[in-house]
Design a protein around this ligand. Structure first.
Ligand SMILES: Nc1ncnc2c1ncn2[C@@H]1O[C@H](COP(=O)(O)OP(=O)(O)OP(=O)(O)O)[C@@H](O)[C@H]1O
Length: 326
């Protein structure tokens, strides 16, 4: 059985030269493993699956079939970026699945967070399985497993990434990043020419914006989460906080409060901003965002995001608050 232990003598990949050597070695190994067969990859646009995609495109080109599922819970611009980078720039074989209605219809009226997560996970497997069945002659499944995934799950690793596929779709795995730590994956991603926005992307929960649109998800409130998140990210980037703050995002709760707009009373939602720093996600501290910047972001959100009349800043460290609200 292939070992799941990082070789003792493996040097930490910290420089472009080391990344190039790793890439060259992986390209050879992937070509040897895959031959002229086809490989399937679920491509989220997150750093792990994007780096796997770029490596496989280099190694086997169009024998790789990437499936990107737009479930409607991605951040603003993400599905478009996946198409631009992989289809337009890298000329990849990319299947883009617009499953927005499917996911949002399934989630309609479901307020319980655990239930929401389960629906999103199960629907993702179903969509991916359907796409896998449409493809002919797939023999391999590539996954963005990284070393911490292996360390967390012990020596006998279940399919971490796209687990839950039915028996008859159990492909042989291609996991080129399985001995790398996250910082090494980023160095390799950079060397493969992926954009910084992808390589240095902040952590994003699996169920995406779905757990930041509190309670039962509605399309208008989801849009308010997406738009306010985009403004926050833009302002953090402009003001030197991108890359400094570990994670920052917005939340829209499922209640309204009274406000005034155009000289009339208007019941609209609040947006909550969260910006935290952590080493291990077990505890977290709140970023001391300059007050003037918070005021500027508030002004932009309340004037640019439809249906929002207030902005609050979450001052709670973990504990007692968790990083996400659901
Ligand atoms: N919208 C999506 N479309 C296609 N594949 C997806 C999507 N979301 C998740 N996946 C697949 O599920 C895997 C696990 O997703 P998860 O959200 O846990 O991210 P991750 O382990 O940080 O990996 P990544 O950095 O690639 O997003 C991803 O690596 C990818 O293969």
């Amino acid at each position: 059985m292939e070992s799941n232990k990082r070789p003792e003598n493996m040097e930490r990949i910290t420089t472009p030269a080391l990344a190039e050597a790793f890439i060259a070695q992986q390209v050879t190994e992937i070509q040897a493993q895959v031959g002229d067969k086809k490989v399937l990859l679920a491509l989220s646009g997150g750093v792990d699956s994007s780096v796997v995609a770029a490596l496989l495109i280099k190694a086997v080109g169009k024998q790789l079939v990437c499936v990107h599922v737009n479930h409607g819970l991605l951040r603003k611009g993400e599905p478009e970026q996946v198409v631009k980078v992989f289809r337009d720039e890298m000329d990849a074989n990319l299947v883009y699945v617009d499953a927005v209605d499917r996911f949002l219809d399934k989630l309609a009226g479901v307020a319980e967070p655990e239930q929401k997560r389960k629906i999103i996970g199960a629907e993702f497997i179903r969509v991916f399985e359907e796409e896998a069945r449409k493809q002919e002659g797939i023999q391999f499944l590539a996954q963005g497993t990284i070393y911490p995934d292996i360390l967390e799950s012990g020596p006998v690793k279940a399919h971490h990434n796209v687990g839950g596929l039915p028996e008859d779709l159990q492909f042989e795995l291609v996991e080129p990043l399985k001995f790398l730590f996250k910082d090494e994956v980023r160095v390799v991603g950079k060397a493969l020419g992926l954009p910084d926005g992808m390589v240095y992307r902040q952590p994003f929960p699996g169920p995406g914006l779905g757990v930041r649109c509190l309670g039962a998800i509605t399309r208008d409130r989801l849009e308010a989460v997406r738009e306010s998140d985009a403004i926050l990210r833009e302002e953090f980037a402009k003001n030197g906080l991108e890359g400094k703050v570990w994670q920052y995002f917005t939340i829209v709760p499922d209640f309204k409060s009274v406000g005034v707009r155009d000289n009339k009373r208007a019941d609209e939602w609040p947006v909550i901003i969260r910006a935290v720093n952590t080493k291990d996600a077990m505890t977290a501290t709140v970023e001391d965002v300059p007050f003037a910047l918070l005021q500027h972001i508030t002004k932009r959100i309340t004037s640019e995001v439809s249906g929002v009349n207030r902005v609050c800043y979450d001052l709670t460290p973990k504990p007692t608050g968790t990083i996400e609200w659901e």
